[in-house]
Design a protein around this ligand. Structure first.
Ligand code: HEM
Ligand code: HEM
Length: 162
């Protein structure tokens, strides 16, 4: 049996921060998409197949799938020592929610954009804003681990320098 993991792999760390930045970029480039979407609905062939927003968002979808495959093959470190079962459960469900949003937000966007569908577009807008809110809460919890609980949770998700 191999020893339990104590930190995330370099690839998992790179993907975590890369995907976080791309989600921020996708959110920031969402403005104007409403107009582009309506133009595309009116004339599907006259409008380009992609925009900065759809390219960035599509990259998120692909990288999250890669991330889940890596997690399935490389595993994940156990919660830091001293974590109560309740806190571990809360973290598990919080992270599951983030994965569902990371897959669901771009998938709904793609269904709207490529399927020419209005209903997923509306849901996409709402959950596209929700993911930032949930990720913000997640970041606050990570900072609380570091500065209040003073444990290794944040440190083991940071690249090792030197
Ligand atoms: C993680 C990835 C993504 C995030 C966080 C995100 C976020 C957002 C947000 C916040 C809006 C509303 C912007 C506003 O009106 O101010 C929006 C609009 C839109 N996005 Fe995304 N998006 C993502 C990926 C995608 C992808 C992959 C596509 C298509 C391939 C897409 C297509 C659209 C469309 C068509 C709209 C306009 C919807 C409407 O106004 O009815 N998005 N997105
Ligand atoms: C859009 C932004 C973000 C998203 C979508 C996101 C998503 C996630 C997800 C899904 C996990 C669970 C990994 C797994 O179990 O496979 C995770 C872990 C983690 N995230 Fe984030 N994250 C974001 C931003 C941040 C930020 C800004 C911070 C720090 C301030 C942070 C700190 C951490 C830490 C420390 C872990 C490891 C938790 C552990 O070892 O149990 N994340 N993140």
């Amino acid at each position: 049996m191999s020893a339990p993991l104590t930190r995330w792999s370099r690839a998992q760390i790179g993907l975590h921060w890369g995907v976080a930045l791309l989600i921020l970029a996708a959110w920031a480039t969402g403005e104007g998409m409403g107009q582009a979407f309506r133009a595309r609905l009116a004339a599907p062939d006259a409008f380009p197949g992609f925009t900065t927003h759809t390219l960035i968002g599509g990259t998120v979808l692909v990288l999250v799938v890669v991330r889940l495959l890596l997690r399935a093959t490389q595993g994940a470190p156990d919660p830091v020592p001293g974590t109560s079962p309740r806190m571990a459960q809360a973290a598990t469900w919080g992270h599951r929610l983030l994965y569902v949003l990371m897959l669901g937000v771009p998938a709904l966007g793609a269904a709207a954009w490529y399927g020419g569908l209005e209903a997923p577009a509306e849901v996409h807008e709402t959950v596209g804003n929700l993911i930032l809110f949930v990720a913000g809460a997640h970041a606050l919890v990570a900072l609380a681990h570091h500065y209040v609980l003073r444990d290794d949770t944040l440190r083991r998700m940071l690249p090792r320098l030197g």
